[in-house]
Design a protein around this ligand. Structure first.
Ligand SMILES: Nc1nc2c(ncn2[C@@H]2O[C@H](COP(=O)(O)OP(=O)(O)O)[C@@H](O)[C@H]2O)c(=O)[nH]1
Ligand SMILES: [Mg+2]
Length: 402
């Protein structure tokens, strides 16, 4: 546990609260915050995967959900598997992200307008048109029709590993030049449909860690509104340092809101503490932090499977925080008891200087500051532990690549 938070951080993280308090009372802000948190919980991101049969749509559905093709609940893939109806596959850990496997386009009777109606196009936040090889007239028709309906799409060329392997057999093979050639080919064809070329992404479904997947992720993030971006960031896979940073920022922006909700509504006395709070909200907030960073049992089991080692090897490096499953009411009370003295002593004064109105709330102000500090410290510890888990996964994968 850290034992202080600088004025700079308090000013930065409470800036939104400070601004809101210029126009509203603390209670009104708390009501608004409660609504915003509920909205976030109830927001769903629907991603549609479309394109010709056999291009790797179902494989991409699985890869985006972090699920292996042969796992239970995975979209069926293979040379003869064809999806006839649009099927939604919720992310296994974040069920408000749903990846939709759409039927293959390109049958002789394919008409993009009828197709989009049939798959209920308006329910998707955006489309990914998948191509596994050549750009076809069906891809072009679909791109035009999606644009006509004012929906967003990204063009993904899959099977890059396969294309590179084929080219590698030729003399004078140059990986970079091959990738550029494929990219230019896709861009040029897409441009002919009237679309900007910046929407082309080369990926390999078997390894999203290479080529353009992170660029695709960034492009999608940029286009989404704040709420949906937050939903996406929480569900992003944890294999890149920048994802860790994004998740951290996303959770930081929620902490003061959760602390305010806990101190403003349903706060009850807790033995040993000099203020009231809502333990259920705080417990759920800590569990959510663990979950978002993959420190829940399911995610740890998955990591362990990747490296083919017992999950205990990963659990052993979780030292500062706790796993989601271990967070109980008792754990929450203990962590509050540890936080209260230093939060009251060092942070309350700074917080009052930044937001004087907190002083008029007596117990509620104290409750807000302590729970804010407690969740912040917990987040910091979880981030450190996550870094340790990732480092361990990398270390063990190198020792025994699967
Ligand atoms: N080498 C390689 N094979 C892939 C890739 N994506 C899909 N495949 C394979 O291509 C075949 C068709 O994939 P599938 O996802 O079922 O295509 P769909 O019909 O568009 O859903 C399967 O055998 C997949 O394993 C990829 O990125 N690289
Ligand atoms: Mg399929």
């Amino acid at each position: 546990m850290g034992n202080t938070i600088s004025q700079e951080i308090i000013e930065k993280e409470l800036a939104e609260l400070k601004t809101a308090l210029k126009e509203k009372s603390l209670l009104d802000v708390a009501v608004q915050v409660q609504q915003e948190l509920a909205l976030l919980e109830n927001t769903t991101l629907n991603i549609a995967i479309t394109g010709l049969s056999g291009t790797g749509k179902s494989s991409l559905v699985n890869a985006l959900r972090g699920v292996r093709d042969d796992e239970e609940g995975a979209a069926k893939t293979g040379p003869v598997e064809t999806t006839m109806e649009h099927v939604g596959y919720p992310h296994p850990a974040f069920s408000n992200v749903i990846v939709w496997d759409l039927p293959g386009t390109g049958t002789p009777e394919f008409k993009p307008d009828e197709y989009l109606e049939r798959v209920n196009f308006s329910q998707y936040d955006f489309f990914i048109i998948v191509s596994g090889d050549r750009f076809t007239v069906h891809d072009a028709d679909l791109a035009r029709e999606i644009r006509k309906r004012k929906r967003k799409f990204y063009f993904v060329r899959t099977k890059i590993d396969f294309s590179l392997d084929c080219e590698r057999r030729k003399q004078g093979f140059d990986e970079k030049a091959t990738l550029e050639k494929i990219r230019n080919y896709c861009c040029e064809n897409l441009r002919k449909t009237g679309e900007s070329s910046s929407k082309v992404f080369l990926i390999s479904n078997s390894n999203l860690g290479v080529h353009d997947f992170s660029l695709l992720q960034k492009a999608i993030e940029k286009d989404l509104d704040n709420l949906k971006r937050q939903v996406l960031i929480m569900a992003l896979p944890m294999y890149l340092k920048e994802v860790l940073e994004k998740k951290k920022a996303a959770m930081e922006s929620l902490i003061w809101k959760k602390a305010l909700k806990s101190s403003a509504f349903g706060a009850v006395p807790v033995p040993g503490l000099s203020f009231d709070c809502d333990l259920a909200i705080l417990e759920a907030a800590m569990k959510q932090i663990c979950h978002v960073f993959g420190l829940d049992e399911g995610s740890l089991q998955k990591f362990a499977k990747v490296i083919g080692k017992p999950v205990d090897e990963l659990k052993a490096v979780i030292k500062k925080s706790s796993q989601a499953g271990e967070i109980t009411t008792e754990f929450t009370i203990n962590i509050l008891l540890v936080t209260e003295p230093w939060a009251t002593l060092t942070v309350l004064k700074t917080a009052l200087a930044v937001i004087p109105v907190l002083g008029s709330l007596a117990g509620a102000g104290l409750s807000f500051v302590t729970t804010f500090c407690m969740l912040k410290s917990f987040l910091k510890d979880v981030v450190e532990d996550t870094e340790n888990v990732i480092a361990k996964v990398v270390e063990l994968s190198k020792k025994c690549p699967k």
